[in-house]
Write a protein that binds this ligand. Structure first.
Ligand SMILES: Nc1ncnc2c1ncn2[C@@H]1O[C@H](COP(=O)(O)OP(=O)(O)OP(=O)(O)O)[C@@H](O)[C@H]1O
Ligand SMILES: [Mg+2]
Length: 306
């Protein structure tokens, strides 16, 4: 397994496209006709009020909930994600809010749990420890020792360990569900830094957050869900947190978007066809759902210039 940047220096390609995703739980329509996409080296924030469908959408990607309708493309191929093992095999790693670390084990053991490196019949502790340090250094992570039980680490450090663990298999997409919800100011900054490192390494990152400051600080694009439907897709460079909050609360209703071709798009060529999934509008900026196989023409932010 390599700890190097797998896709550094290559053009940013579409990793994942979800189209028309629907999911019901009995009488509850958790998701209706939701479109979503992420490119490599892009941080997409998924925001919305409680019950908007954020966790359900990422659980569809994580193989926890099969969708009732819609399709998922991964690296250009249509896929069915029927189980968490399917998701992992594709290269989709999810860090759920409870982190699911083994408190009594040290950092190295947590990172390699179930994927231990062996030297003949014995565990190769030296190699695992060296690779752990390499990875943590690459993430600029502040962990004083990798041989202490994770129970003794701070919330931010535990989040770091969970993120580092998710990278062992070099996933294409990393999903973080509310990674800063329980953290103080300094620890939040550390985790946001870590998300920047994930982007630099070329991973597509999906960040669920209720914190608009975090979203504005680290995301390239924001997807708003409201009552289980798309309610706007915004480039962070073009939007204020007030506009985002309006879309989240429903003061701005984009769930039925007007079909007009924008003067300028950041995410798709103007030649985009009319039979594509619904446009998402955002107070002057319209981001079209690019069609299958098309590539974004530009990236607004996040090339390490911040
Ligand atoms: N396993 C389930 N069984 C029944 N209903 C569910 C289930 N999971 C989610 N729901 C319902 O689906 C809707 C969307 O829930 P979801 O957890 O996706 O929202 P969310 O955006 O993640 O909210 P929050 O910000 O509170 O985490 C809600 O009405 C919720 O009650
Ligand atoms: Mg949730």
């Amino acid at each position: 397994m390599s700890m190097t940047h797998p896709r550094a220096g290559r053009p940013r390609e579409r990793v994942l496209t979800m189209r028309g995703i629907g999911k019901r739980f009995g009488a509850v329509k958790a998701l209706t006709d939701v479109d979503f996409w992420v490119n490599e080296g892009e941080v997409v924030a998924l925001v919305g009020d409680n019950g908007a469908g954020k966790s359900t959408l990422v659980k569809v990607l994580a193989g926890v909930h099969p969708p009732d309708s819609g399709s998922i493309e991964f690296d250009g191929d249509e896929v069915v994600i029927g189980s968490p093992a399917d998701a992992q095999q594709l290269g989709i790693e999810t860090i759920f809010q409870d982190l699911a670390l083994c408190d009594n084990l040290d950092v190295v053991a947590n990172l390699w749990l179930g994927r231990e490196l062996r030297d003949g019949a014995t565990l190769d502790e030296v190699d695992m420890e060296q690779r752990t340090w390499t990875l943590l250094r690459e993430l600029s992570a502040k962990i004083p020792s990798v041989r202490v039980p994770v129970a003794s680490l701070s919330g931010g450090q535990r989040q770091t360990v969970a993120i580092a663990r998710s990278l062992i298999g070099e996933p294409r997409v990393v999903i973080l569900d509310e990674p800063t919800a329980a953290l103080g100011v300094a620890q939040t900054a550390e985790v946001l830094n870590l998300i920047e490192r994930l982007r630099e390494r070329g991973h597509g990152v999906i960040l669920i957050s209720h914190n608009m400051a975090d979203v504005m600080a680290v995301a390239d694009r924001v997807v708003v869900l409201r009552l289980g439907r798309n309610n706007g897709v915004y480039n962070v460079a073009d939007v204020t947190s007030e506009t985002l909050i309006a879309a989240i609360t429903g003061a701005v209703d984009h769930s039925v978007a007007p079909r007009r071709v924008p003067e300028r798009t950041d995410a798709a060529p103007a030649s985009a066809r009319d039979d594509e999934p619904a446009d998402q509008t955002s107070g002057g900026t319209v981001i079209r759902m690019p069609r299958a196989g098309s590539r974004p023409t530009s990236r607004p932010r996040g090339d390490g210039s911040r």
